[in-house]
Design a binder for this molecule. Structure first.
Ligand code: FE2
Length: 241
């Protein structure tokens, strides 16, 4: 897994080996990497809604894209609307191969919270945004097709590779973007007529194990509460107050 934290001293450190889930599991022909959690740095106090705090960690891994899904994703990449910077929903679906691959890839206690159906998403770059209308789940994004890009969390200096096979689970209330490698800001002009990235989107229910693994506590008293109406600067990811 490629993780970049720009050229500055690393602010984001994996959890200790005891905490990290670093044991790849074998499941049939699926290639699975050593998925692990990454601790997010302290940010200005924010809460995800009035009911809970933001996740303090993300999880990332790599898993080979099953061939039938790779074909579908390539077709969907061609059909992704030309709108730069926007994430488009391209259809919900059930797929047993994908479910088994994800269940094998995720830590066992998280796999139990995996939701289906899944959803296809396509974007030609994505400006910073939240998906704060999804209150009771964490989001998973398994990249199925597209050029090398970065998945970027605003305010964390964290950049994860985002190409076919990369897989991340994160809090949808955290502003995030899909940018060309090395880009710090979303610049709409870069993504006009750019190739599309296609994701298999999935959800993890906020069961007790999920909350514990991702460091999700109660809402912080007095903290800014992010909601679906909270504006986010699409270029920088800053919350507009
Ligand atoms: Fe999103």
């Amino acid at each position: 897994m490629r993780v970049w934290v720009s050229n500055r001293p690393p602010l984001l450190l994996p959890l200790s080996s005891e905490e990290a889930d670093c044991l790849p599991r074998v499941c049939g022909a699926f290639f699975l990497s050593c998925g692990h959690f990454v601790e997010l740095p302290d940010a200005p106090p924010m809460s995800a809604s009035a009911r809970r705090g933001l996740a303090r960690r993300i999880w990332h891994s790599r898993a080979a894209v099953p061939a039938p899904l790779e074909q579908q994703a390539s077709q969907l990449a061609e059909k992704t609307p030309q709108t730069p910077g926007r994430v488009h929903q391209l259809g919900r679906f059930e797929d047993e191969t994908a479910r088994r691959a994800l269940s094998a890839c995720l830590p066992e206690d998280l796999a139990a919270s995996l939701h289906s159906p899944f959803e296809w998403y396509g974007c030609r770059g994505a400006g910073f945004h939240t998906d704060a209308h999804y209150d009771e789940v964490l989001f998973g994004a398994w990249c199925m097709a597209g050029p090398m890009r970065d998945f970027v969390l605003a305010g964390t200096e964290l950049r994860l590779a985002c190409a076919a096979g990369d897989l991340v689970v994160f809090d949808p209330f955290q502003p995030h973007a899909v940018l060309d490698p090395g880009q710090l800001r979303y610049d709409r002009e870069r993504y006009v007529a750019a190739a599309a990235t296609v994701f298999l989107g999935f959800e993890l229910e906020l069961a007790a194990e999920v909350r514990e693994r991702f460091g999700i506590g109660p809402a912080r008293p007095g903290a800014l509460s992010i909601g679906s109406a909270t504006p986010v600067n699409a270029e920088t990811g800053q919350i507009v107050r």
